[in-house]
Write a protein of this length. Structure first.
Length: 133
């Protein structure tokens, strides 16, 4: 999903569910390799997100969203591609996702992941030793 907005900013704003340990770990990893400071991570459960008034909290909790540096609100596969474009080690994946049909396929994989996300989070916590099976 792509939606143009008007707020002026220079960094890509990455909206994530800070209450999800898997999501937080992924965003934390991106931040450690973001040497250029290409994005700003914003937990959708904070006042910082609410004050932006870009999309409903419930919508932000259901899918991954970013506000690109060109002021487009992106979600799902398009949002991931935007983040990957700003990360040196991941640019190749964003470029590959631009091939015909690749974004469509990534979106389908992302939607399938959303269905099993709770199970995936439990598995992630189990591997980290934070939850029993």
């Amino acid at each position: 999903m792509v939606k143009s907005l008007n707020p002026l900013h220079t960094k890509t704003k990455v909206f994530f569910d800070g209450s999800c340990p898997l999501c937080s770990a992924e965003i934390g990893y991106y931040q450690t390799i973001d040497n250029a400071g290409s994005f700003e991570a914003i937990d959708v459960n904070t006042n910082a997100f609410l004050e932006l008034n870009l999309l409903p909290h419930k919508t932000a909790m259901v899918r991954f969203h970013v506000l690109s540096s060109s002021n487009q609100l992106l979600s799902g596969a398009e949002a991931f591609k935007e983040v990957w474009r700003g990360l040196p080690r991941w640019k190749w994946l964003a470029s590959g996702a631009d091939f015909p049909g690749a974004t469509w396929l990534l979106e389908r994989v992302y939607r399938a992941f959303l269905v099993i996300r709770p199970l995936t989070v439990r598995g992630f916590l189990y591997i980290r030793g934070e939850q029993k099976a």
